[in-house]
Design a protein around this ligand. Sequence first.
Ligand code: 9D3
Length: 247
Amino acid sequence: MRFDLITLFPDMFAALRDQGVTGRAHARGLWSLGVWNPRDFTEDVHRTVDDRPYGGGPGMVMMAEPLARAVAAARAARHAESAEDPDRVPVVLLSPAGRRHDQRLAQRWARSSGAILICGRYEGVDQRFIDRHVTEELSLGDYVLSGGELAAMVVMDSVLRLLPGVLHDAQSAEQDSFNPALGGLLDSPHYTRPEVWDGVPVPEVLLSGHHAQIAEWRRRQSLALTLARRPDLLEAAPAKDEADGED
Ligand code: 9D3
């Protein structure tokens, strides 16, 4: 899988590339990263990437041409590395006006060969660039960020951890909260050593070795927590399948 980022702040992506689960996966060649700065695709002495909005108003707008040239470079690099048709790669704009990202979308992206991700700064991006090149827009939710970079990293992180071999324990991804295949319940609480910490013991059932009882306890904890904190998830969850032997 390959992601190409169009960003004025390329250094931000070192965190995702070099740290933690995604860093290890990158080092093992499970995914690759291209980072393209629109500033490097300008031709004026000031390397201008933004300008004032036609019609007036606050803030600045990212200019179409440096973005378009950066996208062309990313398409060419992807084409040189794989047989992929450079005109068919998804070009995703991270934008407050986009469709909300979720686990289902992450799973869909995980089965793809990646994308070109456009990170906006300032008030926005010239609409003519969006109309020409962007195939979809994604948002994280209803709060205001300073730009698309952190949103792009959130989306990439949610996708990369689903790739085969990225997590140590393949079951971890399956057991995640929000996994729609699990009915989208919140995770049950976790405990590790010591058996008593600050006077508080670990719930006895977890020490019992009774795997069926442990599974049932976790299921009940999940349901109670979801009912208390995220009842909206229960409405979407399928009824429990009695055939799985937990009850
Ligand atoms: C007053 C108009 N604002 C739109 C809500 C302007 C504006 C705010 C923040 C324009 C761009 C941005 C930068 N945000 C992103 O690029 C962004 C974002 C976000 O702010 N929230 C949630 N998801 C995303 S994805 C990209």
